[in-house]
Design a protein around this ligand. Structure first.
Ligand code: ADP
Ligand code: MG
Length: 566
């Protein structure tokens, strides 16, 4: 502590660059402080600092299994964030002076690099804006941040209570909720289900831009008798709710009756949620993929022939590339790519689908004979029969889908009912004008991607980094991920960028699925920290799914890929 103080005294009022001398490890009594990377100036990305306890006096039951440890680290990340809000004064000069931040978690619980719990210690990784007075070192303010505020944050959030400290009850609830959700999701295949929505869940969100639960006027979910399933959870005991079986499920209902909200909750059901989210016990198959139209996206060498026949000019769709896909070809590519990396459930909302992809009616068939697109309605059954992939599709306007549904959920005033028998009557009363095509589908051919087509050079440096949730920078290219509806937070984007950077840097061309699986297997073996280029603080990373990693690779505009594996 004295050494840190001495260095601060020595560099006070010197140029900001003198802060470099702080880099190192310090013993603060009950904590260690690691100053891993020091920023160059007050406006540069903040300095990277770790605070580590000297022992771990927390209840070992909170981190005794991998699931519990991830949940507990998530809990502590949020606790540190809350403590920072209470303790740190914040801005005290130019740029980020005096600010302390920890990785900002979304509503979902993910493996992250923000907090590490080991049997020996607990460590929080934070970013600190070292205080500047003008463009010089402000040693007094730095002393306050590093020697008073940071230890106080650690005292409040990383060590056992009772005065301040880790709140045991809340920590236990957090860990047990996540463990239950994980258990519930693992039961789905054995129960023949693709998703489950517990009674009492709160699905609607506060607003289109907030993932927090709607507080006022939210109607809690109450599943219909016919689809009722109960599951025994390790902590909470028996939970009741609506099970969505494998096969083709239609969600129908009038506009504004909660169809998209239900589908969206299912799409987030691939992740565990924090207590209080409202969707704690809404789970879906972990590989579920929400499919949408995304016109304008680039497509590289994707086999969309199952969905789209030969294009004008005799262009084959077995190896389809375009810098500018249409609504329907982009949606077809999204499906083919999801099948390539692997999925057992598609979630499709008519609100975000291309019209000609959804349906083609009899009159148009008569008038337009050269139509390469097989509408999705002809695909949903074969997808399940041939490939074992189920679909939940939201449909408001197209009654033809009733012919291909195994069951129909009707949403009325946010309340689901089983409308399958009524739907059967309707299809008998109004038989299909033309039988729905029902061919077999084969899986799309896998692709080999050329590693060298991803060029990481940017000036003299090589870059592969995340920019917020929705953008990845690969060299000079900015890859747009804004249509990946199941990407939860910036830490995932950053991780994806680094994984792509590793693949491109290694320069070995491989299959998309192979790249994604190997990169993620290496992360699960060596930990997210291994993606860091330096010792110590790894930056802000959270674990993405294989589906999003593949999707990001597939959206790189410079990508060259050819069918060739799988
Ligand atoms: P649809 O897709 O059927 O047109 P949405 O799912 O978009 O309907 O929902 C319409 C509106 O109702 C949204 O503002 C949504 O937040 C709200 N909403 C959805 N479900 C509920 C619910 N259970 N309780 C209260 N409001 C809800
Ligand atoms: Mg809708």
């Amino acid at each position: 502590m004295r050494r840190l103080q001495a260095t601060l005294d020595r560099i006070d009022r010197r140029g900001y660059g003198a802060y470099k001398g702080l880099q190192g490890t310090y013993d603060l009594g009950s904590f260690f402080l690691f100053i891993d990377r020091v920023q160059r100036d007050p406006f540069a990305p903040p300095s990277l600092v770790r605070v580590r306890t000297k022992e771990n006096g927390l209840d070992p039951a909170l981190f005794e299994s991998p699931v519990r440890r991830v949940a507990f680290e998530d809990f502590l990340t949020r606790a540190v964030e809350a403590a920072i809000g209470k303790v740190v004064r914040g801005s005290r000069g130019l740029g980020g002076s005096g600010r302390v931040e920890i990785q900002r978690p979304s509503q979902v619980v993910l493996p992250r690099t923000s907090v590490v719990v080991s049997p020996q210690h607990v460590e929080a990784r934070v970013a600190v804006g070292l205080p500047a007075r003008g463009r010089t070192v402000d040693a007094r303010a730095a002393r306050t941040v590093l020697l008073e505020e940071l230890p106080e944050v650690a005292r409040r959030s990383l060590v056992p209570g009772p005065e301040g400290g880790v709140v045991a009850e809340a920590a236990r609830l957090h860990v047990e909720t996540v463990e239950d959700a994980d258990h519930l999701r693992r039961q789905l295949p054995g129960l023949g289900l693709v998703a489950f929505v517990a009674d009492g869940s709160v699905l609607p969100r506060e607003s289109g831009t907030s993932d927090s639960p709607l507080r006022e006027g939210a109607v809690p979910f109450e599943g219909p008798e016919e689809l009722r399933v109960s599951v025994e959870l390790p902590n909470r005991g028996e939970v009741f709710g609506m099970g969505i079986p494998e096969g083709v499920t239609l969600v129908v209902g009038g506009g504004f009756h909660g169809k998209s909200t239900l589908l969206s909750a299912l799409s987030w059901g691939v992740y565990d949620h924090v207590p209080g989210d409202g969707r704690e016990y809404v789970v879906a198959r972990p590989d579920a993929v929400k499919i949408r139209a995304e016109d304008g996206r680039g497509v590289a060498g994707v086999d969309i022939s199952a969905m789209i026949g030969d294009l004008p000019g005799g262009r084959s769709t077995g190896d389809f590339s375009t810098p500018n896909a249409s609504g329907s070809t982009s949606q077809a590519a999204n499906i083919a790519e999801a099948l390539e990396v692997g999925t057992s459930l598609f979630l499709v909302d008519e609100d975000t689908s291309a019209t000609n992809f959804r349906i083609r009616d009899e009159r148009m068939r008569e008038l337009v004979q050269k139509e390469p697109i097989s509408p999705f309605i002809e695909l949903v059954r074969p997808l399940h029969r041939s490939l074992g992939v189920s679909t939940v599709v939201v449909v408001g306007g197209v009654g033809d889908y009733l012919d291909v549904a195994d069951r129909v959920i009707l949403m009325e005033d946010y309340e689901p009912s089983d409308a399958t028998p009524r739907a059967r009557k309707v299809t008998t009363k109004f038989p299909p004008r033309a039988p729905v095509g029902d061919k077999d589908v084969r899986p799309p051919r896998g692709r080999r991607v050329r590693a060298s087509s991803i060029d990481l050079r940017r000036g003299r440096r090589e870059t592969a980094r995340g920019r917020g949730v929705q953008t990845i920078e690969l060299g000079r290219e900015r890859v747009d991920l804004s249509y990946l509806e199941q990407l939860a937070e910036a830490g995932q984007t950053e991780t994806i960028a680094r994984l792509i950077g590793e693949f491109a840097g290694a320069g070995v061309s491989r299959g998309v699925k192979e790249v994604v699986e190997e990169e993620l297997a290496s992360v699960s073996e060596r930990g997210l920290d291994s993606l860091s280029s330096m010792e110590g603080h790894p930056g802000e990373l959270s674990l993405p799914r294989a589906q999003e990693v593949a999707a990001a690779i597939n959206r790189a505009r410079s990508l060259e890929a050819r069918p060739g594996v799988g």
